[in-house]
Design a protein around this ligand. Structure first.
Ligand SMILES: Cc1ncc(COP(=O)(O)O)c(C=O)c1O
Length: 403
């Protein structure tokens, strides 16, 4: 039967495609520490469930396509702490940040148009762009620079008459890099010069360390017409399965257009929206505790990684990821090998190869991403196994080339 080119060209998730190896390892009785996916282990705050319990309905109904008004108001109120004046009308509640990104790309780019992305980038951007037949054009951030935002000159090299916007996450998945207000300012200035949109995916906004203060791109009031901000409660409140995100812009024309897409998919999930109203009442205490927990974990991972000879890794300042350049040639082969050939007392560690997070062919082959989503003790153990694994893998490769 006929299958579209679009679906055939779509890349399988680089994070999930090695899962069968993990499943086989588990069947052999091996314990696998999963540092490969960004599913937080922190508990979803109980206020989410309390709100649902308190507001029980007899029917699980559609809501307004833009989301429950009360939730949109709560979102607007939440942004006021960042010196951003928003109203419920500036927010469309989406099915996770994923849908907000899809809406954003669909709204600003036609088939074969181009969106510039900073690579390595959240791998599902590939999927969203493929579905819309939009080309992602990469500008590369380098491990050696701590994956800092590349210079504007690098972006300018990639701008063509088909470029419609620039998309990146801040803080970054997969690198944990955090771009500053100065970075944001120069990107917005560049976007203005070339009349582009800037789509900033801020699903990890609060997760910044070492005294950095969270901010949002919406604070840049001189550029509001070209800014689309993508938000999500998935990571902030450990609500990945709740599927609540937001498409936010002060550009009324875009929001009116995007409402057409929102209407065509009818509604975000009602029950999760009710619980989310509760989540958005949580204050700074919640965040400081969670951020401190991730900071502690980051330090555990970083200390262990630095013990590996020949790695390139600068201490990341945000999100809950770390990307690492390893002294090996093929990280994907290494990740598989960890699952098929290596364990320490019956346990092994799974990380994500980074090549699938790049759009440039062959890039990132020697890099991996670690998601520090386990509590401290397990994380320490998992990182120790990872380090021993790298050393053993390198030794085994030397041996096999000698043979
Ligand atoms: C950078 C980034 N953006 C968006 C998403 C999508 O998240 P969700 O659709 O669960 O909100 C993720 C999930 O891992 C992410 O890491």
């Amino acid at each position: 039967m006929f299958l579209s080119n679009r679906i055939q060209k779509m890349q399988a998730s680089p994070i999930r495609k090695l899962i069968p190896y993990a499943e086989q390892a588990k069947k052999r009785g091996i314990k696998v520490y999963h540092l490969n996916i960004g599913q937080p282990d922190i508990q979803t705050p109980s206020v989410f469930f309390e709100y649902i319990e308190k507001n029980k309905n007899k029917i699980v109904s559609y809501t307004h396509s833009a989301g429950l008004y009360e939730l949109r108001e709560k979102f607007a109120e939440y942004y006021s702490k960042y010196d951003v004046e928003l109203s419920a009308e500036d927010v469309i509640v989406t099915v996770g940040g994923s849908e907000a990104i899809t809406f954003a790309i669909a709204a600003v780019a036609d088939s074969k148009d181009e969106i510039i992305v900073v690579e390595p980038f959240y791998a599902n951007y590939n999927g969203f762009a493929s579905m819309l037949d939009v080309n992602l054009v990469p500008v590369t951030a380098k491990a050696e620079d701590g994956y800092a935002l590349p210079d504007n000159a690098e972006f300018e090299k990639k701008i063509t008459p088909r470029t419609r916007g620039i998309l990146f996450s801040n803080p970054s998945n997969p690198t944990g890099a955090v771009y500053s207000k100065q970075d944001m300012s120069r990107i917005l200035e560049l976007a203005k010069k070339h009349d582009l949109y800037v789509i900033v995916d801020e699903v990890y906004r609060e997760f910044v360390f070492d005294g950095l203060k969270p901010f949002t791109v919406l604070e840049f009031k001189d550029y509001t017409d070209r800014i689309i901000m993508v938000d999500s409660l998935s990571k902030r409140f450990s609500l990945c399965g709740g599927r609540v995100g937001a498409f936010v812009t002060k550009n009324r024309e875009i929001i009116n257009m995007v409402m057409k897409m929102a209407q065509s998919r009818l509604s975000p999930p009602m029950i999760s929206q009710i619980g989310s109203i509760g989540l958005l009442t949580l204050g700074e205490d919640y965040f400081s505790e969670v951020v401190e927990e991730y900071r502690r974990r980051r330090d555990i991972v970083f200390d262990e990684i630095l013990k590996i000879e020949g790695v390139v890794c600068k201490k990341p300042k945000g999100a809950f990821y770390m990307s690492v350049k390893l002294p090996i040639e093929d990280a994907e082969d290494f990740v598989k090998w960890m699952l098929t050939d290596f364990n320490v007392d019956g346990a092994t560690t799974m990380v994500a190869p980074l090549s699938g997070f790049y759009a440039t062919d062959g890039a990132g082959k020697d890099e991996i991403r670690i998601a520090y989503v386990l509590e401290a003790e397990s994380l320490k153990h998992a990182c120790n196994i990872f380090r021993l694994g790298v050393n053993e893998y390198i030794k085994s490769r030397v041996k096999s080339t000698e043979v």
